[in-house]
Structure formats: C-alpha cells, structure tokens
Write a protein that binds this ligand. Sequence first.
Ligand code: AMP
Length: 171
Amino acid sequence: MNMKMKVAISYLSLGSNIGDRLDYLRQATRLLNEHNAISVMKISSVYETTAWGLENQADFYNLALEIKTSLPPDELLSTCQDIEIKLARTREILWGPRTIDIDILLYENVKLSGQSLTIPHKYLLERSFVTIPLAEIAPDEQVKGVKISTVAKRHSKLESKCLKTAYKVEI
Ligand code: AMP
C-alpha cells in the first residue's frame, strides 16, 4: 500500500460454514492483504460458532481482522464482495451456505446508513461471533458508547456458542 495516501483503520468480520472453513478464512485474509490498497494488521483467533439467525446449518468458523486501507468504505465493500464471489466459485451446493462471508464492522469513526452499507455494522453489538473475536484485537473500540470488551464479556458469560479454537490464520 502506498502510505502517502490517506489510510483508515477498519475492522472486518469473516465467517465460513462450508467445506474447508479454516482454509476459506485463510484464503480470504490473504486475498485482502494482497490487495494493493489493504494491509492486514491484526488477526484474531478462529472461533467456532453456532449458526445465527437461520438455524439448522453447519457451525461457522469466525475471525475478526484489523486492516489499514486507502479505499473509501464503498470500495472496501465491493472489494470484500469480489473476494466472496471469487471464493464462492468453489462452493459445493448452488445457493447453499456460503463459503465465505465478509462484513465491514467499523471504519474509523464513520457512520453510514445507506441502502447497501451500514457502518458500524447493524448487528455488531448483537452477535457474539462478532464481539468476542473483535474484543481480542480491538477491546477499547466503542460502538454506541459501549466498549467492545464489555459487550464481549457479557456475551461470553451468557452463552457458550462462540468458542475459541486452537487455530490461527497467518499471512
Ligand atoms: P450478507 O448476506 O449478510 O453478507 O449481507 C450482504 C449485504 O449486506 C450486502 O448486499 C451489503 O450491501 C449489505 N451490507 C450493509 N452493511 C454492510 C456492512 N457493514 N458490511 C457488509 N455488508 C453490508
């Protein structure tokens, strides 16, 4: 990345519940880092999580990333979506659970509430698979006046649905 450009710190959430879940997390992290306007700075542990919302599907592997990027939020979103499409090509079931999901959680102090992009992510504070990995790499970040570490602690006490694995993704 050309560091003379204005760079922003952003946090992403990655999830996979089909095929080689760990490898999809690894591939997505590497593809993000290979983008010339993105540098991956921090990677949380990999967590195993019960599917949220739609039950009755395989457990997810999730992690959170801190990135530095010179892309504005909308271009970061389309880059994430390009990577999802690239990795989804190898999916086993057409329209089945996706191999990789990439969400933008935070982007500096930006607040956006558009049709295609909401930042901070709409469900950030509700999902233990987001708050628990994020608290590992950004405990002091605040959303709606709440510290990520505080909400993550609450989530880990309430449920054991998001469990830290021994896996690490490296780039
Ligand atoms: P999902 O199926 O959960 O990955 O949702 C994807 C849709 O959510 C896309 O059409 C995005 O435009 C929209 N979206 C809104 N806010 C965000 C965000 N912060 N990060 C990623 N996708 C978002």
